[in-house]
Each structure stands twice: as C-alpha cells, then as structure tokens.
Design a protein around this ligand. Structure first.
Ligand SMILES: C[S@@+](CC[C@H](N)C(=O)[O-])C[C@H]1O[C@@H](n2cnc3c(N)ncnc32)[C@H](O)[C@@H]1O
Length: 244
C-alpha cells in the first residue's frame, strides 16, 4: 500500500492532491500521520519518511549539497566507472537501466555523456524530478532524459546506445557505494510499490539491446550474470563486469 502524502501549507493542497493521486494514495494535513511511513510536501520539496529506516532523516533528493559531495566522496568509484566505460573522444550515448538516485548517471553526465536513465519506481521518479526541479545547476541535467519505466519494457525501443549500464539492487544485507541509508530507503519505496525484479532475468533481456558494450555493477564477490564477460574492473567492494 502506498503511504499517504502529508502537507501543512494549505496553499499546496492542489499540488499535494495531484501528486498523491499520481502515486495512488491520499493527501492529508493530519499531522498524526507523520510517525508512520509518509510522503512530506513542504517548501523544502517532496520527501519520504519511513520509521523503520535506520536514517532518522526523511529521504529528500538534494542535488545541491550532493553535486560536489558525491564527486568528492566517490573519486575511486569515478575512476572505476571511467575505466569500465573506456576511452572515448566523442560523448557516449548511455542507457542507464537503473536510475536509482541518479548518482552514477550524474557521473556519466559530468563526463559529458548523453544519458537516458530509466527508473521503474513511480515514487522514486517523482522524488528525482522534484530534486532536479530544485537543483541550482540545471546545466548538468541538459543531457539527461529521465523516464519512468521498467528497463525490460523499454528494451524493444532502445536504439543507438553505445553503452548499456545496469546496477540492480544488491541483496539487502549487502551495502553498495550509495551508502546503506539511501539504499535502505530505496528498498522501502520498492516494498511500498511491490516492485521486486529478478536482476538475472532483467540482465538476460537487457543484454539483447544492441550496443557497443554493457557494463554491469556487482558486489565484488557476487557471481556474474553470464560467463561471457570480456573483462572486469575491480574495486574494493564493487566490480564492473564488461560485456562487449
Ligand atoms: C541500486 S539502485 C541504482 C543506483 C544508481 N545506479 C545510482 O547511482 O543512484 C537500483 C535502482 O534501479 C531500479 N530498477 C531495478 N530494476 C529496474 C528495471 N528493470 N527497470 C527500471 N528500474 C529498475 C530500482 O527501482 C532502483 O531504484
């Protein structure tokens, strides 16, 4: 069941009702709801709260504080991704099948590539759109096409991509580069929407999309999705499996 959307400012009623109906839930000004899972609409933007998440903060996508932070914290990760993409004099046309918090997509964009990012969660998609709307730097998003769809449904129409990028959810006991707090929130959102894809089944469909290469992010010790790997780029906790 999709949690309700709670708002305080009655000037935001129309917007709150529009977003809530889009999510398939209700909008309410009842503050008693805020100790339960809920969306929050305020001047700060649209956020999501879940009392069982380890982080006591709401999940608010903030590209303003993140835009420098994510790069500084992820220097090693950036090196690995660059290596996995390989050298290219021209900007690449990348299909990011698993947008998530757009952290990897931002990396691709910052390298000058064109990115089509797919996110099947309607809730996450709206949180992302809201974060992009509030971003002080709109230029970085100029080469981004963010689409709310399942990558396997999109696969049939996917054409002219140089790289297919796939970063499915890890088993919930594992952590990945996003940090456990944010990933845990993604898990809670997917739970609320009853979205539960099998990454191996997705891989089998996505690897059929015509492209020059496919890059798959995996936990370092995980089994690869296929034996046809051409090479791997290894980090400490994560690796990239590259299929050409
Ligand atoms: C591990 S996160 C991706 C994190 C992302 N690479 C980042 O840097 O923020 C996986 C995301 O992919 C989405 N996802 C998983 N399978 C998908 C599919 N088949 N189509 C579209 N989105 C999918 C999930 O909803 C989740 O938000």
């Amino acid at each position: 069941m999709i949690p309700p959307l709670v708002y305080v400012d009655t000037n935001q009623r129309d917007l709150a009702e529009k977003i809530a109906s889009n999510f398939g839930t209700t909008a309410s000004t009842n503050q008693k709801l805020i100790s339960h899972p809920h969306f929050d609409l305020s001047e700060a933007g649209l956020s999501f709260f879940h009392p069982d998440a380890r982080s006591s903060n709401k999940l608010l996508i903030d590209f303003n504080s993140g835009s420098t932070g994510w790069r500084l914290k992820r220097v090693d990760h950036e090196k690995l991704i660059k290596k996995a993409l390989g050298k290219s004099d021209l900007p690449l046309n990348i299909l990011d099948c698993t947008a998530g918090m757009l952290q990897d997509a931002l990396l691709f964009l910052s390298l000058g590539h064109q990115v089509t990012a797919l996110e099947e969660s309607k809730i996450l998609f709206h949180l992302l759109q809201d974060g992009i709307r509030r971003s002080d730097d709109q230029t970085i998003f100029e080469k981004l096409d963010l689409i709310n769809t399942n990558a396997c449904s999109y696969a049939v129409q996917a054409k002219n991509f140089d790289v297919i990028y796939f970063d499915p959810m890890y088993p919930s006991t594992k952590k990945n580069a996003l940090g456990s707090g944010k990933l845990e929130y993604i898990e809670k959102i997917l739970e609320a929407e009853s979205l539960d894809n099998d990454p191996l089944e997705d891989f089998e469909v996505l690897q059929l999309i015509p492209s020059k290469k496919m890059v798959v992010k995996r936990p370092i010790k995980a089994k690869s999705f296929s034996l046809k790997i051409n090479y791997q780029v290894l980090g400490k906790t994560t690796r990239f499996d590259v299929y050409i």
